[in-house]
Write a protein that binds this ligand. Structure first.
Ligand code: HPA
Length: 306
């Protein structure tokens, strides 16, 4: 096991109020959910050993741990992106730490451009599946068998039972929830209209510059994944207007009420199993084993650092 991962997880374990059951990764402009975490501790990414720091506007870059409707939860408010120049290992580092901390389920969220012409800016989309348009994969390189298999299965990457649960919860909360396929791209330039037409033909409904690497890493670890996109703008060429990151942030502000309500109810359902939609959401995760040797190595590094 990568000693930096072990060190980060061990460091956090000593500081979290509860072992978390659910992890949440918040995308651009979607940080408000973190404000509703009860009895929380907030830890800036910069103080967690090994955590990469994000510089993108709309990403605050802090881990918030506490409870949501009584469910022990860790929220990652902000993420690092491949387009910032980080290595894939850094991009998926925080997600892997959530897995190592024991999260059974991680809800990944993002801002995305709507490719499906029936979508409107401000819609929320449950991610059914993804297309990896990054041109690389976070698992490239020597495989760490302690994290999971060399060739992880991705045929239920956004678990069907969790999606069924999410649709039921959204209905109960009266939050309209579309669903579709997310294509993750490298960025940071937005797509051309021709690329968007091509993605539409390939079966994509929304496009964004994140999420796919984290979801691959979490699947490798056997962690259940739910994905929610906030459609912040229509993708290039769909409307006769240019794309601007300001619109992304304005839309997330407009829909934050629905978004926070949905996420809160989802975490509650995941934590209490009251949805009745699934038994499988609570099946045990194949937890990666942290070998004593790796742990000792990480401790050694930590001792040197302080
Ligand atoms: N394209 C890529 N990423 C995005 C978009 C988009 O249109 N909107 C928000 N993130």
């Amino acid at each position: 096991m990568d000693s930096k991962l072990v060190a980060a997880a061990e460091w956090l374990r000593g500081r979290l109020p509860h072992p978390p059951l659910v992890g949440v990764i918040l995308g651009s402009g979607l940080g408000d959910f973190a404000d509703g975490v009860d009895d929380h501790v907030t830890i800036p990414y910069g103080s967690i050993p090994g955590f990469p720091a994000s510089a993108v506007v709309g990403h605050s870059g802090a881990l918030v741990a506490g409870t949501v409707r009584g469910v022990p939860t860790v929220v990652l408010s902000g993420r690092v992106h491949f387009y910032e120049g980080h290595k894939m290992a850094a991009v998926v580092f925080p997600a892997r730490v959530l897995g190592l901390l024991g999260c059974r389920t991680v809800i990944v969220t993002n801002a995305a451009g709507g490719i499906d012409k029936s979508f409107k800016s401000g819609n929320l989309m449950l991610i059914d599946d993804h297309i990896n348009g990054f041109g690389t994969n976070p698992l490239v390189g020597a495989n760490d068998e302690d994290l999971g298999p060399r060739f992880p299965d991705m045929s239920d990457a956004y678990r069907k039972d969790l999606r069924t649960l999410a649709l039921a919860v959204a209905r109960r909360q009266h939050v309209p929830l579309r669903h579709g396929v997310y294509v993750g791209v490298h960025g940071p330039s937005y797509e051309t209209p021709a690329e968007i037409r091509a993605f539409r033909k390939c079966g994509a409904h929304a496009v964004g510059m994140s999420t796919v690497p984290e979801v691959i890493a979490l699947n490798q670890m056997g962690v259940g994944v739910l994905g929610i996109s906030c459609i912040t703008n229509m993708a290039a060429g769909v409307l006769k207007q240019k794309l601007d990151h300001k619109e992304v942030l304005e839309t997330t502000q407009r829909v934050k009420g629905d978004f926070v309500r949905l996420l809160t109810a989802l975490v509650q359902a995941l934590g209490t199993g009251r949805s009745g939609a699934t038994e499988d959401a609570f099946r045990p995760v194949a937890r990666p084993v942290v070998r004593p040797k790796a742990r000792a190595k990480a401790r050694g590094k930590k001792a040197k650092r302080t």
